[in-house]
Design a protein around this ligand. Structure first.
Ligand code: 5RP
Length: 225
């Protein structure tokens, strides 16, 4: 059973006629966008998509979903996106697909945020998945050294063996291999204050609904805080 496809299709059913929809990024969001494309074509669903990456924009456009940027809409009704880890408090790590900046901006202006994941992403404590930190290239080696000194085990995200990954906004990504994040709030505050850090992959108090794909079926969980 393809769990990512199952939750992608399930999440698309939240979308109603006339909605502005934040379109997430990644292999799970891919199926949600595909299903929305099907509904636009076969059910005459009328929506506007706000993609969180160039890749999702391209996919939506190919499927005939009208798209706008976050600045061209008043607000977003619902955003549906994947996640790399979700803990028991419904905090998450995102950015495995390097789209964390647009993803956080779009989620911030959304009335409702839904994350779609397979069950492997549900964890007790965040941190096994490397935490992405998006940085401006100028001064990135200094930030890298700082993270190393702090014991955060940084690595630059690479596109090839020799070329650093460049995000849709022209930034680099430093992945922090932390293994466990005891206090996500404190770490988020620390990263938010560093000059040269554009955004990080800690998504705290953002999601309202999580749809988890299990071998037994899709489970929908409303986040309680
Ligand atoms: C991209 C993301 C993705 O949502 C996250 O990496 C999950 O991806 P996938 O659905 O492919 O496992 O944050 O920046």
């Amino acid at each position: 059973m393809n769990l990512k496809k199952m939750v992608g299709i399930q999440a698309a059913s939240y979308v109603k006629d006339g909605m502005t929809v934040g379109l997430g990024t990644g292999s799970t969001a891919y199926y949600m966008i595909e299903e929305l494309g099907r509904r636009v074509k076969e059910e005459n669903l009328s929506i506007v998509g706000v993609p969180t990456s160039f890749a999702s924009r391209e996919q939506a456009q190919e499927l005939g979903i009208p798209v706008k940027t976050i600045d061209e809409v008043q607000k977003v009704d619902v955003t549906i996106d994947g996640a790399d880890e979700i803990d028991k408090n419904f905090n998450g790590i995102k950015g495995g697909g390097a789209a964390l900046l647009f993803e956080k901006v779009v989620a911030t202006y959304s009335d409702h945020t839904i994350w779609i994941v397979d069950e492997s992403k549900m964890v007790q404590t965040l941190g096994k998945f490397p935490l992405p930190v998006e940085v401006v290239p100028y001064g990135e080696e200094q930030l890298f050294r700082l993270f190393k000194e702090k014991g955060y085990n940084p690595t630059f995200r690479m596109a090839t063996e020799t070329e650093k990954k460049v995000t849709d906004c022209g930034h680099s990504i430093i992945d922090l291999h932390l293994e466990t994040i005891e206090n996500p709030e404190a770490l988020a505050t620390e990263l938010d204050q560093l000059v040269g850090v554009v955004e990080h992959g800690l998504f705290l108090n953002i999601v309202e609904t999580v749809i988890v794909g299990r071998t037994t079926g899709a489970e929908t969980i409303e986040a309680i805080r």
